[in-house]
Design a protein around this ligand. Structure first.
Ligand SMILES: [Zn+2]
Length: 285
C-alpha cells in the first residue's frame, strides 16, 4: 500500500467553525477504488481544557462542546470517521487538580474517541492513579515503547490497536517520549522506557505482516523537534522507520498546517489545548 500513496491536495485548509479551527489534510491512497473516505480527526495536548477560553488576539476558542459539534458534523458527512489523540489530555486546568483526570476520560468517551496515545502528563499522579482512571475509558490506549510495572496499567495499555473499517485495516500504534526528565522520579521507577525506533520497527512489522494492515498510523508523543540532544523526535522516527503512513504527533504543541513529509511518512500535529482539531481525509484507499 505505501508505494501507492500520493497526495491529492497537498495544501491543507483551515476551517473556522465558531472559532474552532481545523486543518484538513487530504490524501489519496490509490486511484481506482470507489470506497467512501476514511476520516481521522486528531487532537493532542488538550491539557484538561474542557471549557472554551479566551486566546489573546483570537477570541473565544476550543472547548469540548465545540469539539463535539465538529465531530458530529464530520461523522454525519463521513460515517467512516475515527477520533484519536496523541497524548497529554491530562493536566493544565483546575479540573485536573480537583477531579484527578476523571472528567477528561469521561468526556473523551462521550466524544467517541477511538484510540489514544499516552503523554507524559498522564503520569503526573503516578501509574496507579492513571490505571484507575484509564479503566473508565471506552477507547483503546496504545503505547509500544514502555514496559509498565503496574500490572493493571500493562493490561489496559497495548502496543497497538487494529480497526477493520469497510474491509480496510487500519493499525494505530503509540510512542511516548523518555519521561525521565519530565515526570517525578518516584513515578518514573514504575516504567521502563524502550527505544522508540526499535519499538516502532517491531510494531510496524507486526502491523504489516501479521495483522495485514492497509494503513499504519503512529500516535506519537515524542515531539516534532528534539528537546534534548538524545531525543528521538517524529522527524527522526520517520527517517529511520519505513512503512508508517502518518505520524500524528504531540508533546511539542506545534500546529502543522501542511504535513511535513519525511521518507513517505506524513507528519502532522494540531497545536494545543483543543483550539484545533486536525482532519485527515483518506480517499480512494
Ligand atoms: Zn507532553
Amino acid at each position: 500500500m505505501s508505494n501507492k500513496i500520493y497526495i491529492l491536495n497537498f495544501k491543507s485548509l483551515i476551517f473556522k467553525f465558531l472559532n474552532f479551527l481545523s486543518a484538513l489534510l487530504l490524501f489519496c491512497f490509490s486511484a481506482y477504488s470507489q470506497s467512501s473516505p476514511i476520516v481521522i480527526l486528531h487532537t493532542n495536548d488538550t491539557h484538561s481544557t474542557l471549557e472554551s477560553y479566551n486566546e489573546p488576539g483570537v477570541g473565544d476558542v476550543g472547548g469540548v462542546l465545540r469539539r463535539h459539534t465538529f465531530i458530529q458534523q464530520t461523522r454525519n458527512q463521513y460515517p467512516n470517521t475515527f477520533v484519536v489523540d496523541a497524548g497529554d489530555f491530562s493536566q493544565g486546568t483546575p479540573y485536573f487538580n480537583l477531579f484527578q483526570g476523571v472528567p477528561e476520560i469521561e468526556l473523551m468517551n462521550m466524544l467517541g474517541y477511538d484510540v489514544v496515545a499516552l503523554g507524559n502528563h498522564e503520569f503526573d499522579n503516578g501509574s496507579k492513579a492513571l490505571a484507575k482512571r484509564l479503566k473508565l475509558a471506552n477507547f483503546k490506549i496504545v503505547c509500544a515503547n514502555y514496559k509498565f510495572k503496574n500490572s493493571k496499567l500493562s493490561k489496559l495499555v497495548k502496543p497497538y490497536a487494529v480497526f477493520n473499517i469497510a474491509g480496510t485495516k487500519i493499525g494505530f500504534f503509540g510512542l511516548l517520549c523518555d519521561m525521565k526528565r519530565v515526570v517525578m522520579p518516584n513515578y518514573y521507577q514504575e516504567v521502563t522506557f524502550l527505544d522508540p525506533i526499535i519499538s516502532a520497527q517491531k510494531t510496524v512489522e507486526i502491523l504489516k505482516n501479521k495483522e495485514k494492515c492497509d494503513i499504519i498510523i503512529c500516535l506519537s508523543h515524542l515531539g516534532f523537534d528534539a528537546e534534548f540532544p538524545d531525543d528521538i523526535p517524529d522527524k527522526i522516527l520517520a527517517e529511520k522507520v519505513s512503512g508508517i503512513d502518518f505520524i500524528i504527533g504531540g508533546h511539542t504543541h506545534k500546529l502543522i498546517e501542511e504535513p511535513v513529509i519525511v521518507n513517505d511518512t506524513k507528519i502532522v500535529q494540531a497545536g494545543k489545548r483543543g483550539i484545533y482539531m486536525g482532519k485527515i481525509l483518506i480517499i480512494n484507499y
